[in-house]
Every structure is written in C-alpha cells, then in structure tokens.
Design a protein around this ligand. Structure first.
Ligand SMILES: O=C(O)[C@H](CS(=O)(=O)O)OP(=O)(O)O
Ligand SMILES: [Mg+2]
Length: 235
C-alpha cells in the first residue's frame, strides 16, 4: 500500500525525499484555494512565481498578473490573493501569473517530486480521487506561514488522510497528528481556526468571507498539476 506523509512547513522540506512521490502543495489561506478557483473558472494555465518582478514580467506577454504580500494586493497588479478575484467571467480563457507570500514558494520548492499537484479544502475530494488512481507515495507540503507551521494547511492534510485511509498507509507521525487534529476540528473548521494566527491576521483585513470560502470542502472537482512551469487542470 502507498503511504501519505505530511511536511508541516517548507523549512522542513530538505528532510523529505520527494523523488518517486507525488507532492501535494497546499496553502488553504489563500493561495491554493484561489488557484483551484481560477482553473475551475476557466483560467487556461497558471504560472506560480516567487518574486514580484518575475510575476510582473508576464504582463507584457498578455497574462493577468496577481500578487499579494502580507495579505494585501501588491500595487499595480491586476489581482490579489482572494478567491473572489477568480470567480468573474473575465478570468475565463486568460493566462495567469501569481506570486503570494507562502503558497507559490511551496509549489516551487516541491519540484523534486515526480509530480506536483495543488490541494485545498475546496478540491480535497478531487485530490483524493486523483491520488487513489495514481497509487504512489504522497507527501503533503504545507505552505505554513513564512516558514513555520500553521493549522489550516495541517487540517487539509488531515482531511486528505481521512479520505485516503482505506487505500493508503497512515503510518507517519505527522499524518496521524494531522488526521486526529482534523477529527477534532471538522464539525466546525471556522470555529476551530478562530484563534489561529492566520485567521486573526485575515480578520484584521476584514476578509472573513474569504476564509469561509476557503474552508468549504469539495466546492470544485479540479486538480491543478504542474507541467513544466505551469499549473494546468489534470485530465
Ligand atoms: O493572502 C494570504 O492569505 C496569505 C498572506 S499572509 O500569509 O498573511 O502574508 O498568503 P498565502 O501565500 O496565500 O499564505
Ligand atoms: Mg497561507
């Protein structure tokens, strides 16, 4: 049976061997939730980039450019990191380049895996089905916050472990911890997270609707997969 492991923060990633495995990069609040939403609403592909300048450079190729730092849309960019920016009819058929504080880094740092896919609560069921079909070992790469652990990405790992428990080994301590945390939290994810650092940070920005959106499970059946430098919808 394949196994599922969890890396709680990108700073721990050098301790994990990703070769031969599928990496599931996750940043529930809000980068990967927004990316799934963008592809589900007709964005053709997404370039996840680390730096603002590299992201801006895509503009002259006709891309929509999106950038967020410390929760706020960066000056001059078309879009920020809210999933509500990616619901509009006008993202359909567009190409998107995006840089965020944590999420785009987690995706890029996962590239030594055989395959990198993107997960969020909004597509957790679709990710689980994709992984069952692939049948390979999995590492969930939590984006965390500026290199440290966060609760929301760990809860995603627990939700995914729950969906995979019949076909994957849950034999890593990190996975067991995430699984049990999710059992405690799942009846009221928002309530459970209300004291978490990120929810408090985003509440100060008055974006509670974003948080509610990002915590809704199975809103989309889209699985973004990294092909070269671009995220596209898995077939
Ligand atoms: O926009 C977000 O939700 C966060 C901002 S921060 O972590 O509070 O700086 O960025 P993300 O890369 O989506 O974690
Ligand atoms: Mg985050």
């Amino acid at each position: 049976m394949p196994s599922i492991d969890v890396c709680f923060s990108p700073t721990l990633l050098p301790l994990y061997a990703l070769e031969g495995k599928i990496a599931v990069a996750v940043d529930v609040l809000r980068a990967t939730s927004s990316m799934v939403t963008a592809l589900a609403n007709g964005v053709e592909h997404i370039a996840p980039v680390s730096e603002l300048e590299a992201c801006w450079a895509f503009k002259e190729q006709g891309y929509l450019v999106a950038a967020e730092r410390d929760g706020i849309k960066a000056d001059g960019f078309d879009l920020g990191n809210s999933p509500f920016h990616y619901l509009e009819e006008d993202v359909k058929g567009k190409r998107l380049a995006i840089t965020t504080t944590n999420g785009t880094q987690a995706i890029r740092l996962s590239r030594s895996a055989d395959e990198v896919i993107v997960g969020a609560m909004v597509n957790v069921g679709a990710v689980a089905e994709y992984l069952k079909k692939a049948g390979k070992d999995v590492v969930v790469v939590c984006a965390g916050w500026k290199g440290v652990f966060n609760l929301e990405d760990t809860l995603f790992a627990g939700a995914l472990a729950e969906r995979l428990q019949d076909s994957f080994e849950l034999n890593h301590d990190a996975t067991l911890a995430a699984y049990h945390l999710y059992q405690t939290a799942k009846a009221d994810l928002l309530g459970f997270l209300s004291k978490s650092s990120h929810v408090q940070r985003l509440e100060r920005l008055h974006i509670l609707p974003d948080i509610e959106f990002c915590l809704e499970e199975d809103k989309y059946d889209v699985v973004p997969v990294l092909q070269g430098d671009f995220l596209v919808k898995a077939e």
